[in-house]
Design a protein around this ligand. Structure first.
Ligand code: HEM
Length: 410
């Protein structure tokens, strides 16, 4: 079976393809861009086991190389070094050091204190559209909410969110851009330079006038000496910005779409708001924002099941396939907001388990509750097929036009 991982048809509904792979070729190798190939792993038990194997499956491909191979590597392009040296691309001990620097800011108790502010942002966005009776949910609600939250947490002006989106787009679609040629690569380079220039100005300002925000905290760690290099600082900020909104926008978008496609579940959630937490978990499982984990590389020649993975082989763990594995979930293709237990892999597992899990859950919970409370009769406002973004590992809609009953909102 051919895997067209970028095509619009695949993106519209990847689940039947993933089900076939899970049933017939649960560990398979497919050609990828640049003459390379990738192992795809689709069963829950295998995906879960490999996520928890940070020694044999590493994130930094250099850790699969011998010293002689490393010595022959071409120098890392400056922008890649400046923006790619973040925890999600690194292995211990660097991963541990970087994660420890920001861990405290994302614990459940700290995040919970942000609830009133998140509620105010959600209400402010709905105030703008409520009397209009319709909106593009992605553009006017699902995107501005998390980007404002993460911008405020970091300490960058939320009014610049259109620019963040531009930069973030370039960051999450590198392979697509490379395929489209040199002109696109150049454009992406310019965007990234624009981003680093923008951030440098903020860093300078914050060094002079420290504030109670994450950037100030990170700058203090950088100045303290051995804990954070300048490239790691830039990389951390872009990672938090991208991971902090690209995913939540899609959790809100995909989650609302699931409710619109399952009116009985929407009615149940309206009748029983206490199910909101369980509904959010089911949204992450059923059609989660991260379709496939970021790439891992085999550190040695290894047997996985009956397959020999060679040192350096790229491995893609398909979270979307694992989370619909019938060996783990009864009726996995059913969207059931009361599902218990629901140990999905949508936030990953192991040492790279999502740092922002508590924040993402809180944002989604507040956003969805506000939507349901304030927009009665919420419905899809288009008959045209919905279009999905062509971003390789993420899963999210380009647009989601919705409408509601105005008479009942006055
Ligand atoms: C629904 C929303 C979200 C989902 C589904 C999600 C999912 C994930 C997944 C699957 C991973 C692991 C990737 C891998 O192992 O290859 C991850 C890692 C990460 N996520 Fe999230 N995420 C979400 C929201 C957030 C938010 C709001 C933040 C906030 C800053 C965040 C920050 C991170 C970071 C920093 C990592 C890397 C952790 C590490 O390498 O140790 N995520 N996320």
């Amino acid at each position: 079976m051919k895997l067209d991982l970028f095509g619009p048809h695949f993106k519209a509904d990847p689940y039947p393809t993933y089900a076939q792979l899970r049933d017939y070729e649960p560990i398979c190798r497919r050609d990828a861009a640049g003459g390379k190939s990738i192992w795809f792993v689709t069963r829950y038990d295998d995906v879960s086991a490999l996520l928890r194997e940070p020694v044999h499956f590493v994130k930094d491909v250099r850790n699969t190389m011998t010293p002689a191979e490393r010595a022959q590597l071409p120098p890392t392009p400056d922008l890649v070094g400046l923006l790619g040296n973040h925890m999600l691309n690194l292995d211990p001990p660097d991963h541990t050091r970087l994660r420890t620097l920001v861990n405290k800011a994302f614990t459940g108790a700290v995040v919970q204190r942000m609830a009133p502010r998140i509620q105010a942002i959600a209400d402010g966005l709905l105030d703008r559209v409520q009397r209009r009776g319709r909106m593009n949910l992605i553009e006017e609600f699902a995107f501005p909410l998390p980007i404002t939250v993460i911008a405020e947490l970091l300490g960058v002006p939320a009014r610049d969110r259109a620019r963040f989106r531009h930069w973030s787009d370039a960051f999450v679609t590198p392979s697509v851009n490379v395929q489209r040629g040199a002109k696109k690569v150049l454009k992406m380079r310019r965007r990234m330079e624009d981003f680093t220039g923008y951030m440098r100005a903020i860093f300078n300002e914050r060094r002079q006038t420290p504030r109670d925000d994450l950037i100030t905290l990170l700058l203090q760690a950088e100045e303290a000496g051995d804990r954070l290099r300048e490239d790691e600082l830039f990389s951390m900020v872009i990672l938090l910005m991208v991971a902090g909104h690209e995913t939540v926008v899609n959790l809100i978008g995909n989650g609302v779409l699931a409710l619109l496609h399952h009116p009985a579940q929407m009615a149940l959630l309206r009748a029983r708001p206490d199910l909101i937490e369980s509904a959010v978990e089911e949204m992450v499982r059923f059609d989660g924002p991260v379709e496939r984990a970021t790439m891992r590389f085999a550190a040695d020649d290894l047997m996985v099941g009956s397959h020999l993975f060679h040192r350096g082989d790229a491995v893609s763990l398909v979270l979307a396939a694992a989370d619909r594995d019938p060996a783990h979930f009864t009726e996995p293709d059913q969207f059931d907001i009361t599902r218990q237990p629901n140990r999905h892999l949508g936030f990953g597992q192991g040492i790279h388990y999502c740092l922002g899990g508590a924040l993402a859950r809180l944002e989604a919970k507040i956003a969805l509750a506000a939507l349901l409370q304030r927009l009665p009769g919420l419905r899809l406002a288009t008959a045209a097929p919905l279009r999905w973004r062509g971003v390789p590992i993420l899963r999210g809609l380009q647009q989601l036009p919705v409408a509601w009953e105005m008479s009942r909102t006055m």
